[in-house]
Design a protein around this ligand. Structure first.
Ligand code: ADP
Length: 347
């Protein structure tokens, strides 16, 4: 199997009503992993369904490996697209064992090759000894890996994952995610993952496409969308943010936290975006703040602060062992570069 890139151009689709996908364009490099990240109802699953060939867009084009699969005239059938699809619930057949599930739907000649089942199970990090188990004898994470093995059995050039880890608990989720990434990398499959979980998107993908209301607000590397969000909305969706009004002149913005260095030059009224991990707490001198509350999480703690002499509320993420106590007076600084957005004019 050779890796195939995906090109989606100007795709528009609605379920009879207003567009659910509104002129969406996206490129996924051959062998790349893209996460489509957005809130519930933003159109992520619909985009996967269009890629898989389950819906006919009203406008636009989908190409995989240079082959047009969808355009104004053409709608290649789902089974002819060379695409594997893994859903949220795995959707295994309850009456078939693991082997039956993995081989289901393969051409008859290939179904006899039960020997490949062991190799596929190992590929997804499962013991071949599970081959005769039924789905109800497997954990949720094991079921998801079997679903992935079933998708990979057909040697697809492209694998689509629709929130495949969301029903798993935290520990299982990380392990299943890693096993999935390893299996996909070994096969060289080009992958599109749909998720509403920003941690999942940032850790899984080499490209993150942030979707709101059927449009991509930003497409970039995980660090680009986190550190340099295109809009305050993207910034807030990817993690906690504080937005402080300020005045920018070049590489500096003046705000309640003093003069902060800007990553990109700006001029005039801005909103300065600060993430909690950028707020550093120190011995009180210069700028000070009163600790309002502390949420302790073990490795880190979220500290809510009232900035002295202002109405500004801050949140700092600090190592758990360094967490101050409610009522403490602390010094605050933001030594790293920050981003800014043009301040919307108010009448
Ligand atoms: P997401 O995957 O981001 O949660 P979806 O693609 O499932 O979003 O849904 C996008 C929008 O399309 C939602 O407003 C949803 O209600 C609507 N929608 C999804 N499936 C259908 C359908 N089969 N018929 C009508 N509307 C649908």
């Amino acid at each position: 199997m050779t890796a195939a890139g995906i090109t989606i151009s100007d795709l528009t689709f609605g379920y009879g009503g207003p567009p659910v996908l509104d002129r969406v364009s996206l490129q996924v490099r051959p062998g790349g992993t893209t996460a489509v990240l957005g809130p519930s109802g933003s159109g992520k699953t619909t985009l996967l369904r269009a890629l898989a060939g389950f819906v006919r867009p009203t406008q636009g084009r989908i190409e995989i490996g240079g082959r047009i699969l969808t355009d104004a005239q053409l709608l290649v059938a789902p089974e002819r697209r060379g695409i594997g699809y893994v859903r949220q619930d795995g959707a295994l057949f309850p009456h078939l064992d693991v082997t039956g599930n993995i081989l289901f739907g393969l051409p008859r000649a290939e179904r006899r090759r039960t020997s490949q089942v062991g190799a596929l199970l190992e590929l997804v990090g499962l013991s071949p000894s599970l081959a005769r188990r039924r789905p109800d004898e497997l954990s949720g994470g094991q079921q998801q890996r079997v679903a992935l093995a079933r998708a990979l059995a057909r040697e697809p050039a492209v694998v689509l994952l629709d929130e495949p880890f969301s029903s798993l608990d935290t520990a299982l989720r990380a392990a299943t995610r890693e096993a999935t990434l390893n299996a996909l990398a070994e096969r060289g499959a080009t992958t599109v993952l749909v998720t509403h979980d920003q941690v999942e998107a940032l850790s899984f993908a080499d490209q993150v496409a942030v979707m709101f209301d059927g449009r991509f607000a930003q497409i970039g590397s995980p660090s680009e969308v986190y550190d340099a969000p295109a809009t305050p909305q993207v910034g807030a969706f990817l993690g906690d943010t504080m937005l402080l009004p300020g005045l920018a002149y070049g590489r500096v913005a003046d705000c309640d936290l003093g003069k902060l260095d800007l990553a990109e030059p700006a001029t005039g009224s801005v909103l300065v975006m600060i993430r909690p991990e950028q707020v550093v707490l120190e011995a009180p001198s210069g700028l000070t703040a009163r600790v309002v509350s502390v949420a302790y999480h073990g490795p880190d703690a979220m500290v809510r602060l009232d900035l002295t002499g202002t109405t500004t509320r801050l949140v700092a993420r600090v190592p758990g062992r360094d967490a101050p106590h409610p009522g403490d007076l602390v010094g605050v600084a933001v030594p790293s570069q920050v981003r800014s957005f043009p301040q919307p004019r108010t009448a």
